[in-house]
Design a protein. Structure first.
Length: 123
């Protein structure tokens, strides 16, 4: 088990979502851009033209490469496009939370966290 010192620098939220969700969260103050020539943002706006490979790469970046992300918020309808990656991600940090969007209601039957909880309780 990793020590808590491993996670002490995880201070940011990241979001992969539609324009409305990302804009709202940015207005709430979660936006961050790293310094340097290879500046990285902690958000990805997904629209109908966004390739699934871009979403997959952002998910991998936020969950595996970036060590400053504590929570990753992802719209549930976007998580459906990369469901295998979301369902197989089991690390405690960053926490991956599926959220609803304005145009797509939340379906608890699809949520990877709730699926794990149900398995844990034998449901």
């Amino acid at each position: 088990m990793a020590s808590s010192a491993t996670y002490k620098d995880r201070q940011l939220l990241a979001v992969i979502g539609d324009e409305d969700s990302v804009t709202g969260l940015l207005l709430a103050g979660i936006g961050h851009v790293t310094e340097g020539a290879d500046a990285q943002r902690n958000f990805l706006v997904v629209d109908s033209k966004t390739e699934t490979s871009q979403i997959e790469q952002a998910f991998r970046n936020f969950t595996e490469e970036r060590k400053d992300i504590a929570v990753l918020l992802i719209n549930q309808h976007i998580a459906e496009r990369i469901r295998h990656s979301v369902d197989t991600f089991a690390d405690p940090f960053p926490a991956v939370l599926e959220i609803p969007s304005k145009d797509h209601p939340y379906d608890p039957e699809k949520d990877s966290v709730l699926k794990r909880v149900r398995r844990l309780f034998g449901e």
